[in-house]
Design a protein around this ligand. Structure first.
Ligand SMILES: [Zn+2]
Length: 184
């Protein structure tokens, strides 16, 4: 009992991915070792929760040398800034996801120009994330914050706002390293 037991409970909670019961049959999940990896599993029906990272896609939009950011309206990281980005729906491609997220959060219609990079992100409390960042161009729409964006802003390199997510910072670093001669 005491703090040692609390620690075990804490580790078990994270290993379970936050889940305690089988989503199929409501039996209490146990930790089962699968090929050396502890996974939440149902002893009654055989369900295994793999707890994979969730794919997300985000956009780098450049206007007169400045980058488009959105200010987060909700937790986690409320009030901090990110690239327009969001989680992929089950039926979407990454390109469809980033086009939809851009439209929802900024009102802008965009098209994918290039893949900037793919990033493993561990700083989102909701899930580990595989973040796919695209350089996009805007061809229409009316700029206004929407969905989980409270505010929009364009910021120049060297004067970026406080980042919600480290992976977005890394993606912009890669983007500017590749476009050292300037971006449009
Ligand atoms: Zn079950």
């Amino acid at each position: 009992m005491g703090s040692g037991n609390d620690h075990i409970q804490h580790v078990a909670h994270h290993t379970l991915g936050g889940y305690r019961f089988c989503p199929h049959c409501r039996t209490a999940l146990i930790i089962s070792e699968q090929e050396g990896v502890p996974r939440p599993a149902c002893p009654a029906c055989g369900f295994i929760h793999y707890n994979n990272p969730v794919p997300a896609a985000g956009a780098i939009i450049v206007r007169t040398g400045q980058i488009l950011f959105v200010k987060r309206k909700y937790e986690p990281r409320i009030g901090l800034w990110s690239l327009p980005a969001g989680f992929m729906e089950h039926t979407e491609s990454p390109e469809e996801c980033v086009i939809r997220e851009l439209q929802e959060e900024t009102g802008l219609f965009g098209a994918v120009k290039n893949l900037v990079g793919v990033y493993a992100a561990g700083d989102d409390p909701r899930s580990r994330v595989v973040l796919i960042i695209y350089h996009m161009e805007v061809f229409g729409g009316e700029e206004r914050p929407g969905d989980d964006a409270a505010e929009l802003g364009y910021f120049p390199p060297g004067n970026f706002p406080p980042f919600a997510w480290n992976s977005h910072h890394r993606a912009l670093g890669d983007f500017f390293a590749r476009h050292a001669g300037g971006v449009t």
